[in-house]
Ligand binder design. Structure first.
Ligand SMILES: Cc1cc2nc3c(=O)[nH]c(=O)nc-3n(C[C@H](O)[C@H](O)[C@H](O)COP(=O)(O)OP(=O)(O)OC[C@H]3O[C@@H](n4cnc5c(N)ncnc54)[C@H](O)[C@@H]3O)c2cc1C
Length: 510
C-alpha cells in the first residue's frame, strides 16, 4: 500500500484529499477501500468520540450484540471466524484488528467533532471545522471530497417519548442507549418498554440476574430462533478449509438464504410464520401461546426479523422469568406504569428501548458557497449523493440486510468515481436531474410500505427527497444493488463534472 501522507499544511488548515466523517463500521470500511483502491489519496477520519466503533461503543446495555450474522455484517475483506451473532465487544475487537492490520489508526483523529462544513466552488474545496475534545480548540481541515459515515442517530440523546406522570416514578428510568454498565439489577424487577431488536437482546440478558422482567410492547414482533452457529462454517473449518474461503462461501450462503426468505415472506407469509412458530416451540414448548403477544400485524420481513440466538427470549419465557404485555402506557405511577387497559406494572428499573433520535449528517451545518444546505430540498441519488451538494457521498446501509454490505459496495463506487475524476482531470462532481427526470414525482425519502423505522418517520422533514426511478431511490435491496452499483455509468447524464453538463444528444449518439 502506498504511503498516504498529509499533502500540505497551509496556514492553520490541514489539507487532505478526502475527509471521512466517523470511525464506526462505515468509516473504517470506507477508509480501507480508499487506501486499497486509491492508494495515492491522502485522508483523515474525523471522529467525535475518543475511540472507534460508533454504535458498538455507544451501546452498553446487558447483552448488547448484533442481530445480523457477522459473515455478512463483517467486511468482505476480513474473515469473520466466530459464531454468527456477535457481542459488541467481539465486533469492536474485529474492527480494532481491521484498523491496526491496515494502518488506518494513523489517519484517525479521535475527539474531533465536526461543527461545520463549507464548500467553495471557487476553490473546489470543502473546509471542515472540528472541535477538539482535548483542549476545545477549533481545528480546520480542507479536502476535495467528503465521505459521510456519521451514521443516522444522535449518540448522546436517544428518543424518549414524553409519557404522562414520568416525574412521579421513584425507580430508575433509563434509555437503553444510555445504560451505565455499572448498574446492578440483581434481584430487581425490570420493565423493558419496547419491542424489536434492542428489546429482544436486553430481555434475556436481564432475565439472567433480575428477579423478574416484563416486556411492555405496543405491538408484536416476529422472532427468528436459531442456534448461534453456522453449520456450514463449522463443517468447512473441520475439513481444513482456509478462513478467507470460508468467509466467502458462508457469506454467499447467508445471502442466498436471506434472499429466499425474503421472497418467501412476500409469496407465502403464512407458511413462513408457521415455520417461525415451529422454531419458537423448540425453545418455548409445544403449548406456547402466540396470541396476542407474538402475532404481528405486518407481514414478516416488512421490518427486520428479531433474531433470537438459541431462542433465548423464549427460554426465559418458558422458565417464567419473562412476562410480555401488549398494550400502551396510560401513565407512569410512583411504582411503575399503568397501561391503557388498566394493568399496573411495578418495577425497580424501567428501561426504555424506544429507539433513536435521527441525526441527519451528524447534525453538522453544511454550506455550499455560503448558502446553508437544507437536505429536504435536495434529491438523493441512489441513497448516496445529493443534488446541489458537490463532492460528497453519504453511506446509509440496509435495514433488511447487514448495513456493512453497502459500505463495501459504496467503497468500490467512491473509489471508482475518485479515480475517474483524476483520469478526467476534473475537481468537481455533482449529481443532477436529467432531462427525462424533469417531470419525475419528488417523494419523501422513506417508502412506508418498504421500510419505516420510527426515527426516520419522525425526521422525514429533515431527510432528502427521492424520485421514483432507480437512480433516485435507496431501494434497500442489497440483492439488486450488488448488480446495479458496480454497473453505474459514471459518465451518465446524471453526473456533472466541473459544472459541465454533457450534451444529451451527443451522449445518445455515442
Ligand atoms: C444496538 C444496535 C444494534 C444494531 N445491530 C445491527 C446489526 O446487527 N446489523 C446491522 O446491519 N445493523 C445493526 N445496527 C445498525 C447499525 O447502526 C449499523 O449497522 C452500523 O453500526 C452503523 O455504522 P456507522 O458507522 O454507519 O454509524 P455509527 O455506528 O453511528 O457511527 C458513526 C460515527 O460517526 C461519529 N460522528 C457522528 N457525527 C459526527 C460529527 N459531527 N463529527 C465527528 N464524528 C461524528 C459518531 O461518533 C460515530 O462514532 C444496529 C444499531 C444499533 C443501535
Amino acid at each position: 500500500m502506498a504511503s498516504v501522507q498529509m499533502k500540505s499544511q497551509s496556514g492553520s488548515a490541514t489539507h487532505v484529499d478526502v475527509v471521512i466523517v466517523g470511525a464506526g463500521v462505515s468509516g473504517v470500511g470506507s477508509a480501507y477501500h480508499l487506501q486499497e483502491q486509491c492508494p495515492g489519496k491522502s485522508y483523515v477520519i474525523l471522529e467525535a468520540k475518543d475511540t472507534f466503533g460508533g454504535t458498538w461503543e455507544t451501546h452498553k446495555y446487558p447483552g448488547v450484540r448484533s442481530d445480523s450474522d457477522l459473515y455478512t455484517f463483517g467486511y468482505r475483506f476480513k474473515p469473520w471466524v466466530g459464531p454468527p451473532i456477535a457481542t459488541a465487544a467481539e465486533i469492536l475487537k474485529y474492527m480494532g484488528e481491521v484498523i491496526t492490520e491496515n494502518g488506518i489508526d494513523k489517519h484517525i483523529r479521535y475527539g474531533h467533532r465536526i461543527v461545520s462544513s463549507r464548500w467553495s466552488s471557487a476553490d473546489n474545496l470543502w473546509t471542515v471545522e472540528a472541535k477538539r475534545n482535548s483542549d476545545g480548540a477549533t481545528v480546520t481541515f480542507t479536502c476535495n471530497f467528503l465521505w459521510m459515515c456519521q451514521g443516522y442517530y444522535d449518540h448522546e440523546k436517544p428518543y424518549l417519548p414524553e409519557w404522562p406522570g414520568m416525574s412521579r416514578y421513584k425507580g430508575l428510568l433509563v434509555h437503553a442507549q444510555l445504560w451505565d454498565p455499572k448498574t446492578d439489577y440483581t434481584g430487581k424487577r425490570v420493565l423493558v418498554i419496547g419491542s424489536g431488536a434492542t428489546a429482544a437482546t436486553v430481555v434475556p440478558a436481564f432475565c439472567e440476574k433480575a428477579a423478574h422482567v416484563t416486556m411492555l410492547q405496543r405491538s408484536p414482533t416476529y422472532f427468528y430462533c436459531h442456534a448461534n452457529v453456522n453449520e456450514l462454517a463449522d463443517r468447512l473449518r473441520q475439513i481444513g478449509i482456509d478462513e478467507p474461503t470460508i468467509h466467502r462461501v458462508v457469506r454467499a450462503q447467508v445471502l442466498y438464504d436471506q434472499q429466499m426468505m425474503t421472497e418467501r415472506c412476500l409469496k407465502e407469509p403464512d407458511v413462513v410464520f408457521e415455520e417461525l412458530k415451529a422454531l419458537i416451540r423448540q425453545y418455548a414448548g409445544d403449548d406456547f401461546q402466540f396470541e396476542p403477544h407474538f402475532t404481528p400485524k405486518y407481514r414478516p420481513w416488512q421490518q427486520r426479523l428479531a433474531f433470537c440466538p438459541d431462542g433465548d427470549v423464549f427460554q426465559a419465557a418458558a422458565k417464567g422469568k419473562l412476562t410480555v404485555v401488549t398494550d400502551t402506557i396510560d401513565t407512569f405511577t410512583e411504582k411503575g406504569v399503568r397501561t391503557a387497559s388498566g394493568q399496573e406494572i411495578e418495577a425497580d428499573i424501567i428501561v426504555a428501548a424506544t429507539g433513536f433520535r435521527l441525526s441527519v449528517m451528524g447534525d453538522i451545518p453544511f454550506y455550499v458557497d455560503d448558502k446553508r444546505v437544507d437536505w429536504h430540498q435536495t434529491v438523493n441519488y441512489r441513497g448516496m449523493m445529493f443534488t446541489g451538494v458537490p463532492n460528497l457521498v453519504w453511506v446509509f446501509g440496509y435495514f433488511r440486510a447487514s448495513w456493512t454490505l453497502r459500505v463495501d459496495l459504496l467503497g468500490d463506487f467512491v473509489a471508482k468515481l475518485l479515480n475517474h475524476m483524476d483520469a478526467k482531470g476534473v475537481k468537481r462532481v455533482d449529481v443532477a436531474l436529467r432531462d427525462e427526470d424533469r417531470d419525475m414525482a419528488l417523494l419523501p425519502w422513506i417508502e412506508g410500505d418498504n421500510f419505516n423505522p420510527g426515527y426516520l418517520v419522525r425526521g422525514i422533514d429533515q431527510l432528502p427527497l427521492r424520485g421514483d426511478k432507480p437512480e433516485w431511490r435507496h431501494n434497500q435491496d442489497y440483492w439488486s444493488e450488488r448488480e446495479e452499483i458496480p454497473l453505474i455509468d459514471i459518465e451518465g447524464a446524471e453526473f456533472v463534472y466541473d459544472g459541465k453538463r454533457r450534451d444529451a444528444k451527443k451522449q445518445a449518439a455515442e
